[in-house]
Design a binder for this molecule. Structure first.
Ligand code: PMP
Length: 356
């Protein structure tokens, strides 16, 4: 068989280890997963109810659900005509890439960032041009603008950034957006957890702001993402999207979740509270913690991240060793913020490993 040449430069996306896998391997009864930035409070109960209420599973769903786009539009402050949906931000991003990226093009990625950006770029036969972030992990705007050429199609701006947790400086985003006419894809997967968002940049003709129901809304398994896009992009988007990207039960769940702001508020407040508490405790035991506005923190550990991750696994805690993330070092570990009791187990384990 003659597979595409580009595949030789791609490794599959590595998801966080599953609880079942770790229980089995280490013979543990209780395992806590703090590796995939999932919502530790679960899905909104009203969303679960709405999801279960739909039984016509033999019927294809609406390819471009107006009712959901309307509700999302109200939530983000843009017209429904400016909203596109997809199978998670991953699916939305794939469609946007299909619209713009041709083999040989360049995609500019400030590193470190979300690993799937590199994979998708290469799948499209394009080059992932890496621009190292500054020490505080904000984008180095000079280097980024220098990296843009005629072949550049998309610049990726993740805020809060995965895996570093920092939000991007608005002045920096303004400068990028205004000084190049390439598409700026703003990924706000963790936007709800942050004190600042970049939604206002969706007013620009060359900006897409993507968001998801996977994180603060707790619906990761349903694969619902969306983006605010210029109208011109929306028209083209429907040409490249798979015919039925969103199931009706998923749509119902998303709509119910959007209606129940109380649950969202609870999740966000609890996460922020716990994020500060976990950060403080770790700093007390001498672990370097980077400031975060997301539902995870990046830490720099005194022992190699692969060893730390392994020691934590033995104690039933799954975290993300970031040493293989492009742009990270071998001491970087990303830890999702869980429920209080989960975080306590993590802190205890860290004390045990770091202080012994
Ligand atoms: N962007 C970032 C920065 C992420 O961390 C993730 C999830 N890991 C995604 C996008 C993908 O999210 P979704 O579940 O909406 O596809």
């Amino acid at each position: 068989m003659r597979f595409r040449e580009a595949l030789g430069r791609i490794s599959p996306y590595v998801p966080g280890k599953s609880i079942e896998e770790v229980k089995k391997k280490y013979g543990l009864d209780k395992v806590v997963k703090l590796a995939s930035n999932e919502n530790p409070y679960g899905a909104n109960p009203k969303a679960i109810k709405a999801f279960k209420s739909f039984e016509s599973l033999h019927i294809y769903p609406d390819p471009d659900p107006e009712d959901l786009r309307q509700k999302i539009g109200e939530y983000v402050g843009y017209e429904a005509e400016r909203i596109v949906v997809g199978a998670g931000i991953d699916g939305v991003m794939e469609n946007i890439f299909k619209l713009f990226v041709e083999p040989g093009d360049r995609i500019v990625i400030p590193i470190p960032s979300f690993p799937y950006y590199h994979i998708l770029t290469r799948v499209c036969g394009a080059f992932d041009v890496r621009v190292r972030r500054k020490r505080n992990f904000t984008i180095d705007v000079r280097s980024l603008l220098d990296a843009i050429t005629e072949k550049t199609k998309i610049v990726l701006v993740c805020s809060p950034n995965n895996p570093t947790g920092n939000v991007e400086n608005e002045e920096v985003v303004k400068e990028i957006v205004e000084s190049c006419n390439v598409l700026v894809f703003v990924d706000e997967a963790y936007g709800e957890f942050s004190s600042k968002n970049l939604l206002r940049f969706a007013e620009y003709e060359n900006v897409v702001v993507a968001r998801t129901f996977s994180k603060a809304f707790g619906l990761a398994n349903l694969r619902i993402g969306y983006a605010v896009v210029p109208e011109e992009i929306r028209k083209e988007y429907l040409k490249v999207s798979t015919p039925f990207p969103l199931s009706t039960p998923a749509k119902f769940a998303a709509m119910a979740a959007l209606e129940d702001r109380k649950f969202l508020k609870f999740v966000v407040e609890k996460t922020r509270e716990e994020r500060e508490r976990v950060g403080k405790k770790l700093r007390e035991i001498g672990v370097k913690v980077y400031p975060s506005e997301a539902n995870f923190i990046l830490i720099e550990t005194p022992i190699k991240s692969s060893e730390l991750a392994e020691e934590l696994l033995k104690r039933g805690i799954i975290v993300r060793d970031c040493s293989k993330f492009i742009g990270c070092n071998e001491y970087h570990v990303r830890v999702s913020i869980g429920r209080k009791e989960e975080n306590d187990l993590f802190i205890e384990a860290m004390e045990d490993i770091v202080c012994s």
